[in-house]
Design a binder for this molecule. Sequence first.
Ligand code: HEM
Length: 368
Amino acid sequence: MMMYRPNALWTDGDEHARLRGAITDSLSRVDPNALRGYVEHSADTLIDRFGPEGRADLLGEYGAILPLLVFNQLFGCPPETGDKLVEGMSGIFDSNADSEKANAVLAEGVAELVALKRERPGADVTSWLMAHPARLTDEEMMHQLVVLMGAGTEPQQNLICNGLRLLLSDDRFGGDLAGGGLPVEDALDEVLWTDPPMANYAIHYPLHDLELDGTLLREGEPVLVSLAAANTDPALAGDRRGGNRAHLAWSAGAHTCPAKSPARLIAAVAVEKLLDRLPDTELAVGVGRLEWRQGPFHRALAALPVRFPPITVPVATDKPSGASTWNTNPAPSSSTPPAQTSTEREPAYGNGGRQRWWNSLARWWRGQ
Ligand code: HEM
């Protein structure tokens, strides 16, 4: 998380412009309507799994998995490789003794994905990055994928779950979504102020000693910026947050998050879908008893246990074999039709594909 990697996050000037340009151009090929359809579809699949139970851990069974499904879809990543990426990525965010091992697993996963797409490019963000005029080398590709995945999964899950936590615990957001209560977008704005998914980051290494507001910052010593502390500075008047997006949750300046719109969209659709399908969801423990996960960078719940009246879900019928799994389908792009709507079941797969799909989900859960 703090080491130099030759990617957009750690470069400046022309090199940064080149790497960031490849990312923003490739992300701009993702069609928001198709993305919305895909998020809805993924959300439905997950809700169908735990809906009949009447209870769930919305972190492990929903918020943590949904961004991975979306990432694998957008980046054309097969499940076997996805497992490595997920194991490696969650390991480096936790920043403990196993982080180096996790980093090695992550490197293996991204190398596999790059090799796969060089051989068989598709309509996905990985292939678009490769085809970009910036002409990224394999090593550069691997490092862009690490930053894209790091940013696109863990913070994304935390925006979804921190948003759900607020909506389920704060009376101002109570009531049915169609009627009273503040809308989901307001809850997400508030979370970006009070519980930003990247609580501390925007790491800088000063090129020379300098004094900042009476504090000496030494050359080469990392400076970790607390975006959360800046947002919640008591000097800021508390009530100015409604409709105010002047927080630092996305950082600021040249390195500000280039994926704010898709990230917001994914979170909003995930939250809306959950509350729409399970409108009477309530926390299974008092909000004060929810635990936050340790770690220097994120604002992340350890679990989000909820209960709700069980729903009935039609039994899935196996479709004829053909496509192996859904996440090898093309990314939702402006050149591909929107994903099917939320009431559809999973796309076609054979029994083997289905088994692999659920095995893969189970491994993701175990990795939490
Ligand atoms: C809720 C979700 C997200 C949050 C809170 C978030 C937050 C951030 C923050 C704080 C930074 C700046 C780090 C710094 O200044 O050092 C950043 C950078 C970045 N984010 Fe996001 N992000 C999110 C989702 C995403 C997604 C979905 C993607 C891509 C699919 C993404 C891609 C990136 C990239 C590539 C950078 C580096 C940009 C550069 O250095 O030029 N982010 N993000």
